[in-house]
Design a protein around this ligand. Structure first.
Ligand code: PLP
Length: 449
């Protein structure tokens, strides 16, 4: 390993960092995280903080799970790579598909298609949705509905259904035939509707209207996050996802639940859709599927979708796949992660600690005028929206957000900035004392505004 001076000098010299301006990174090089343990990360200057981001909504088991590390290491010795693209299979992938299917049995998921991450999983889901309708004799169903504020990755498919202009504009034109409904975001919405249930009704009515306008026979799928993550932790009313399910059923539209963040316990239940009492037709997963220890994603389909493919003629062949599809090391990580996730009952801890974090943030809202809205309360996904004026809801400026971020880090917690939101999604193994430490650090950070 090169010394710290080399790392600092070269941090942004040849390395382009995602989601930021390369010039900014050269001017203010990103913090270099060099080690991690439990729920904490340490940078090359030796400063340690609780990782309230959980890597990127993904390190559900924390950084020290020896079972998963050992499984990865053992698999590297046994079979470090073989491709499922070539018409072969491998023992770890077979076991992993079984484990994932078992994990989501209550969600009625029946088949598992492994990918290399969330963006891949979304693209595969969109592709399979079109193919499903084509196989059923409805080839005109090619369009997609999604929600504003939604995030579905950065491949062209995911970017096309994304609902944040930031991830779209530089890359347009995107996939044609993608239409966006309002987000179930009570703090800001086009109707100024503050009642979550009424807002859910209004969005369902708009979905009906859009479907009538486009023609139901042109729409393949609706893709939604059960709780919108990157968009600012936008928690819908409990009626919202069931209503979306009803609308889809009425019009023969597939419902894709993007569980890249919400799967594997983060919401306090094993899937976000289950949290709202809904069974989707497809689910997209990544992140917590390996606790972030290895890049793996998965697209899951229910029996209805599976049957159409499995009983079709040659057109039922799935021409999606990756060099790393069903990677044996990733698959071994999946098997170990799911076993550990279940053994440690992470959903229960996420529910309890999520309530603690949410209630603590509500107390910070009482104390700090710059907190406009606090969202969460459904597992370990918490969003704190900062404003420069509570009356006008003017978003907090970027320089102040950065100052708050730095002060929170200095006080012992790494949080994430999503525009003018502070986003938190710590490891699901976090303890009560560690959540308190995050809240204390955030209090200090907010005081630095
Ligand atoms: N879908 C959702 C809901 C996500 O939150 C993300 C990433 O944060 C993705 C898809 C994309 O996943 P990845 O970054 O692994 O490609």
């Amino acid at each position: 390993m090169k010394d710290d001076n080399f790392l600092k000098e070269n941090n942004a010299r040849h390395l382009w960092h995602p989601m930021g301006h390369p010039g900014d990174a050269q001017e203010t090089p990103p913090r270099v995280i060099s080690s991690a343990s439990g729920v904490s990360i340490t940078d090359i200057d030796g400063q340690t903080a609780i990782d309230a981001v959980g890597g990127l909504w993904c390190v559900n088991l924390g950084y020290s799970n020896e079972v998963v590390k050992q499984a990865i290491s053992d698999q590297l010795q046994q079979l470090p790579y073989y491709s499922a693209f070539t018409g072969t299979s491998n023992p770890a992938a077979i076991e992993a598909s079984h484990a994932v299917r078992e994990f989501f049995a209550e969600d009625a998921m029946e088949r598992v298609f492994f990918t290399s991450g969330g963006s891949d999983s979304v693209d595969v889901a969109l592709r399979l949705a079109r193919q499903y309708h084509r196989l059923r004799g409805e080839p005109t169903r090619t369009k997609f509905l999604s929600l504003k504020k939604g995030y579905h990755g950065t491949h062209f498919g995911g970017a096309s259904v994304n609902g944040n202009p930031r991830f779209r504009h530089a890359y347009e034109p995107l996939l044609p035939g993608c239409f966006h409904l309002p987000a179930p975001y009570t703090y800001r919405n086009p109707f100024n509707e503050t009642d979550p249930a009424t807002l859910a009704d209004r969005i369902a009515a708009m979905a009906e209207d859009e479907i009538a306008f486009q023609g139901a026979d042109t729409i393949a799928a609706l893709i939604v996050e059960p709780i919108q993550g990157a968009g600012g932790v936008i928690v819908p009313d409990a009626s919202f996802m069931p209503k979306m399910r009803e609308v889809c059923d009425r019009h023969g539209i597939l419902l894709i639940s993007d569980e890249v963040i919400t799967g594997f316990g983060r919401t306090g239940d094993w899937s976000g859709a289950r949290h709202w009492g809904v069974q989707p037709d497809m689910m997209t997963c990544a992140k917590g599927i390996t606790s972030g220890y290895f890049p793996v994603g998965a697209t899951l389909v229910n029996g209805k979708v599976a049957e159409v493919f499995e009983t079709a003629d040659a057109d039922g062949a799935i021409y999606s796949g990756y060099t790393y599809s069903a990677h044996p090391v990733g698959a071994a990580a999946v098997v170990a992660t799911l076993a550990e996730t279940t053994r440690l009952d992470l959903a229960a801890n996420a529910a309890a600690r999520g309530t603690q974090l949410h209630e603590g943030c509500l107390r910070l809202k009482d104390k700090h005028d710059i907190v406009g809205d606090v969202r969460g309360g459904h597992g370990l996904m918490t969003g704190v929206e900062l404003v420069s004026d509570r009356g006008t809801k003017a978003p907090m400026d970027g320089a102040t957000m950065k100052r708050i971020h730095q002060a929170t880090w200095d006080a012992g917690a790494m949080v994430r900035l999503g525009m003018h939101n502070i986003l938190m999604s710590p490891p699901l193994t976090i303890t009560e004392a560690e959540v308190d430490a995050i809240l204390t650090a955030l209090d200090v950070g907010l005081s630095a505004a």
